[in-house]
Design a protein around this ligand. Structure first.
Ligand SMILES: [Zn+2]
Length: 78
C-alpha cells in the first residue's frame, strides 16, 4: 500500500465539474473541492445564481468527492 507519487495532485482540487444552470441550461465549470464550500455559483452565461444547497446537490458533490478520493491512489501510481 504505497502511493508511489505523493507529489501528484489531489484530483478533487484540479478537476472541474459542470454545474448546469436551471435558467439557461449553460454549464459553468467549477473545481470539485470548491463546490463543497459554496452555496451558489453564478452562471457564466446568464449570470443567474445557481443554488447548490439542495439535497440533490449536496449528495452529488459528496459522492463526487468520495469518488475522487477513491481513485486517488490509482492516479498516484501513474
Ligand atoms: Zn444561466
Amino acid at each position: 500500500m504505497s502511493d508511489s507519487n505523493p507529489n501528484r495532485s489531489e484530483l478533487k482540487w484540479v478537476v472541474p465539474l459542470p454545474v448546469p444552470c436551471p435558467k439557461c441550461g449553460n454549464e459553468s465549470m467549477e473545481i470539485a473541492a470548491r463546490l463543497k464550500d459554496r452555496d451558489e455559483l453564478p452562471c457564466e452565461a446568464c449570470g443567474a445564481r445557481i443554488d447548490l444547497t439542495s439535497k440533490e446537490w449536496r449528495t452529488y458533490i459528496n459522492e463526487m468527492l468520495d469518488a475522487f478520493d477513491n481513485i486517488g491512489p490509482t492516479y498516484r501510481k501513474l
